[in-house]
Structures are given as C-alpha cells and as structure tokens.
Design a protein around this ligand. Structure first.
Ligand SMILES: Cc1cc2nc3c(=O)[nH]c(=O)nc-3n(C[C@H](O)[C@H](O)[C@H](O)COP(=O)(O)OP(=O)(O)OC[C@H]3O[C@@H](n4cnc5c(N)ncnc54)[C@H](O)[C@@H]3O)c2cc1C
Length: 534
C-alpha cells in the first residue's frame, strides 16, 4: 500500500479539477491532483468539447446590441429549470451563475488571453415554455480544447509548481472519514497494481458525471419518458461512471436528481470511435425533414433544433422509437450540417480565420464527405426509391417506402416553392424566425426544397439518442461544500463541475439554456478554491 499526504486532494483532472488546482496553487496551497487516466486524460471532456458558453450581459453582447441582464437570464433559466420547492441549492446556484458568469468566467478567461468569436449564437429559444430570450451562447475561439490546453499549461508552468503533485493512473474507489470530517481517499494505482491511501485536509471531487455509463443512464432514465431506450450512443466518456457519486453517498453525502441529464436527439456512430458505443452529436439540420422509423414526419410539432433540446429528446423517447431519420439533400447538408466538439470544428479549433470565414460563406463539404464515407448512419442516393432501399438495408427491415417518403416531402417542398408569403408550415415559420438572427442566417438555407434535382443527391441520416451531460449530481452549497443528510456541509469535502451537477446537485433543473456546463465547471471550481484558500 502506497501512502501519500497532502493539503488538498482533487480527484479528477478534467476542466473543473484543473481550474481548482490552478486557483489553489495561486493561494499557496499544497495540492495533489489524482487522475485515473494517463497524461492524455488531463483536461477530460473539455478536450473534446466545442466551447459554447451561456454568458449574461457581456461586453460582446452589448457590442452586438443585445440588451441582457441577470434578471432576464434568471427568468429564462427558471422557466427551463422548473425547480421544485425543495431545490434550494440548485436555485441558488442558478442565481449565482447568472450574476457571476461574466466576471468569473468571461473576464477570467479573457485574463488568460482567450477570446470569443464575435457572433453570439441564439440557442434553446424555448418551445412549450420560454427559453433564452436573447442570444447568449458565446463560442471560444480555439474551442474548449484550446482553453483547456492554456489552463493546463498554466498549471504545469505555475510559479508554485513545486506545490503540485500529479498522481496519474490512480483510481479513487473510496473516501475516508474520521468522525465528522473527510480525511482523504483510497484506491488503486493502476500502474503498479497496488492500493494507495491518501490523507488530505480537504478533498475535492471533480470526477465528472454519470452519463458515460449507459446502464446507469438507463437506471435513472426520466420516468415520464417511459422505458429506457435499448439503443443509446455514448456521447460522454466511460470514465464518467458515477463511482465517485457512490463513494460520496457511502460517507453520507447527498446525491440528487440523477434523472436530470442533458441528452441529444441527433446522435450518430462516431466515425473515429474511441470506445464502444461512442457517439457523435450532430447539430440537427434545420431544413431536413425529421421522420419516424417508418418514414412519417414527426408531428404534429415538427422536430427542429434551436428551440428545446429536451422537448426533442422527450418526443423521441416517449414514442419509444429505436431511431429516427433526417432527410435532406447535399446542398442542405453542405450549408447546415455540423457536429458538436473540437474534433469536427477544425477551423475554429485551429484558429484559422480564413478557413472559418470561408466555411461560414460556403458551408462545410469536407464534413459531409467525411460522414458519408465513414459514418455508418449516413446513406445517399440519386432518387427516393434508391434512398428508401439503402435506408431499409441500414435499418435491417423494410419499414421505409419511397411512396411514403414522397408523400411527406412533397407538400413541404411545395410550400417552399409557393414563396415565403404563403409559408404556413411550422418548420418553415421557425426557419424564417431563425434566419432573422445573423448567427443562424448564414448557417440555415434560404428555403431549399429537398427533392430539388439540382441540389442532390438525397441524403438520409439515421439518428439515435445520445447521452452527454449529467445535470444532477452531488449536492453542494455556494462554496461547493458537499452537503450531508442533515443539510449541513461535510467538513473537508467539496464537489465541483459535472460531478456536482454544475452546482448544487443540479442547477440546470430539468432543462439547460445550453452551454451552462464548461462555465459551470469554472464557477464551481473557483468557488471551492476560494473557500478552501481562505
Ligand atoms: C463532444 C463534447 C462537446 C461538448 N461541448 C460542450 C460545450 O460546447 N459547452 C459546454 O458547456 N459543455 C460542453 N460539453 C460538456 C463539458 O465538456 C463537460 O461537462 C465538462 O468538460 C465536464 O468537466 P469535469 O471536469 O466536470 O468532468 P470530466 O471532463 O468528465 O473530467 C473528470 C475527470 O475525472 C477522472 N476520474 C473520474 N473518475 C475518477 C476516479 N474514480 N479516480 C480518479 N479520476 C477519476 C476522469 O478520468 C476525468 O479525466 C461537451 C462535452 C463533449 C463530450
């Protein structure tokens, strides 16, 4: 058994762990960062993430004429969250987020030399209930990967680097407690195969969420969505397995709202899978028709992104569809197809201004070609009968008929061709609304019919539900201290980032305004460091 001693132990080397380690070194504390993966795991999911953040009343918004305020953001947040009377800490974290995100995230990141793309996006506008009243989604120039690399480098080159001990390939399995206070943790050193024990004055859990373990996702699947889907893609990482949530519960910490999760509706098999069941989350194509497994248009409310991700996921889950289809053509795909994450946004990730500008104007044919060539969920064909045949071959049944496809697509196309003055289809009305905001205008076709022979070939994308973020988790107060059964903090124990449901054990409630996750990691990590460091 290997023994270690430290002042502050941080379990998990993702974004939350890195930010708290940095801030604790700044405050002169001795820190041990424990990560179950090797050096390549440092940064966690933030190395793959896109880098969109919901921020409120920033100088960038003001420059674009967006008049935002913490009060307006809170009212939007509460509308999506639908907190219950007992959700005291989630609600306090929501209030803290809208009030502090610009100073503690936006300005803090700018202090590290990071910049945001000067076009704020308008996502999650709301469908059944109001969402973002204004554009708030700020994208880091360089993506989340660039941000994380900068913070990681700052940690490794910190003037007080001697105070940082890095334990890689060490997997924490249990927390230790002596009376009222947490005293450290124990686990397995995977490199040597020996157990280890670590004593610490404070311990910070930064091990991520639960959505990397599909069995656990199904166990906590929201009841109102019916039986959990047999087919789910993993859009998180297997290390997000919830074992630290269990360890926290075993020593008396509260874990709440694991049924709250932020899943996506347009998952496809990842073209470069890193683990079994690895999924890629597509930003759904707005002009495409979204069909059920038998080729009928989803309705009466059509599925279209930009309004409510949760409603889309709920609609698919409640219908128990094993998959859905998006039908489009190549011209639409080139203009609108996008995928979330650093990997498939190379122009932004590599900070290539010219390539980014070109893509905004001309679309992204490279992504379309890559997915057509390497993703098994993409098929293309020149005619509807041939497309239907390929869809059936992919699904392994005969559920799709070209006649049904034609019956669904033709009236939609015909409305477009009649001219904007006569549009009365809900999807077309919403496309018109989306195109009024410059951020969406460039990335949304100007009413492109699907069966237009000049815009082919036709493309079908088979979509699966995909897991991503855990928005429930370990219950914490505004200092990120873990709360126990009596509602009191457990001495010496903190939880941050996704492990804490981004604050309070679920500050998003039932639905996120989107992009509240990376920023939530930074806010909760800084709160813990402030409290420990004082
Ligand atoms: C493709 C993709 C795109 C995304 N895009 C966005 C976006 O645009 N905006 C946004 O806000 N969010 C986005 N997210 C979500 C965001 O990246 C995550 O919520 C965030 O990075 C979580 O950070 P974390 O530090 O809390 O946890 P993680 O990144 O999960 O890190 C936890 C770390 O703890 C380690 N660990 C786990 N268990 C143990 C243990 N027992 N012992 C030791 N170590 C352990 C893990 O190996 C891991 O390195 C995206 C996520 C993905 C995957």
């Amino acid at each position: 058994m290997q023994h270690y001693q430290t002042e502050v132990a941080i379990v998990g080397g993702g974004l939350a762990g890195i930010v708290s380690a940095l801030e604790l070194l700044d405050r002169g504390r001795r820190v041990t960062l424990i990560e179950r993966g090797d050096g390549n795991a440092l940064g966690g999911q933030a190395m793959q993430a896109f880098g969109g953040m919901a921020l409120v009343d920033t100088p960038l918004q003001r420059r674009l004429g967006i008049r935002d305020s913490a009060a307006l953001a809170l009212s939007d947040w509460l509308s999506f969250a639908q907190f219950g009377a007992l959700d005291v800490w989630p609600r306090r974290w929501a209030e803290h987020y809208v009030e502090r995100c610009t100073a503690d995230v936006y300005e803090w990141l700018r202090g590290w030399g990071l910049r945001f793309i000067p076009a704020v996006q308008w996502v999650e506008r709301g469908l059944q209930r109001p969402g973002n009243s204004l554009p708030r989604y700020h994208v880091i120039w360089g993506t989340s990967r660039h941000m994380t690399q900068i913070l990681l480098r700052a940690l490794q080159q910190h003037p007080k680097r001697a105070n940082l001990q890095l334990l890689l390939r060490h997997q924490v399995q249990a927390l230790t407690r002596n009376g009222a206070a947490v005293t450290g943790c124990e686990g397995l050193d995977q490199a040597s195969g020996h157990d280890f024990k670590l004593e610490a004055r404070q311990l910070v859990i930064a091990g991520g969420g639960i959505t990397g373990d599909l069995a656990r996702v199904r166990q906590h699947w929201p009841r109102e969505w019916g039986a959990p889907p047999p087919m789910l893609l993993n859009g998180s990482h297997p290390s997000a397995d919830g074992a630290l949530h269990d360890a926290t519960e075993r020593i008396g910490g509260n874990v709440t709202h694991l049924e709250q999760m932020w899943n996506y509706a347009a998952g496809v098999h990842h073209p470069n899978p890193q683990f079994e069941g690895h999924g890629l989350s597509l930003i759904p194509v707005k002009t495409a028709l979204w069909l059920d497994p038998e080729g009928h248009r989803v309705g009466p409310v059509p599925l279209i992104t930009g309004f409510s991700t949760r409603d889309m996921v709920a609609q698919i889950a409640q219908n128990q569809w094993p998959h859905t289809w998006q039908i489009l053509n190549r011209r639409i795909a080139v203009r609108e197809l996008a995928a979330s994450g650093a990997e498939h946004n190379a122009a932004i990730r590599d900070r290539r201004l010219f390539a980014f500008g070109w893509q905004m104007l001309r679309g992204n044919p490279r992504l379309v070609d890559e997915l057509l060539a390497r993703c098994p969920d993409f098929v293309q064909a020149p005619t509807l009968p041939q497309l239907a045949q390929k869809m059936n071959a992919l699904a392994g049944n005969g559920a799709i008929s070209a006649t049904v496809l034609e019956q669904e697509i033709s009236p939609y196309d015909a409305q477009m061709q009649r001219g904007k003055r006569f549009h009365n289809d809900d999807q077309l009305r919403r496309i018109a609304q989306l195109r009024q905001w410059s951020g969406d205008r460039l990335r949304t076709c100007n009413f492109q019919p699907i069966l237009d022979p000049a815009a082919g070939p036709l493309i079908a994308i088979r979509c699966h539900l995909l897991t991503r973020k855990s928005t429930g988790g370990i219950q914490t107060d505004l200092d990120s201290r873990v709360l126990g059964a009596n509602g009191q903090p457990i001495a010496g124990l903190y939880a941050i980032g996704e492990a804490a449901g981004f604050g309070g054990g679920g500050c998003s409630g039932r639905g996120s305004l989107e992009g509240t996750f990376l920023s939530g990691c930074i806010l909760t990590a800084r709160a813990a460091a402030r409290h420990i460091g004082t």
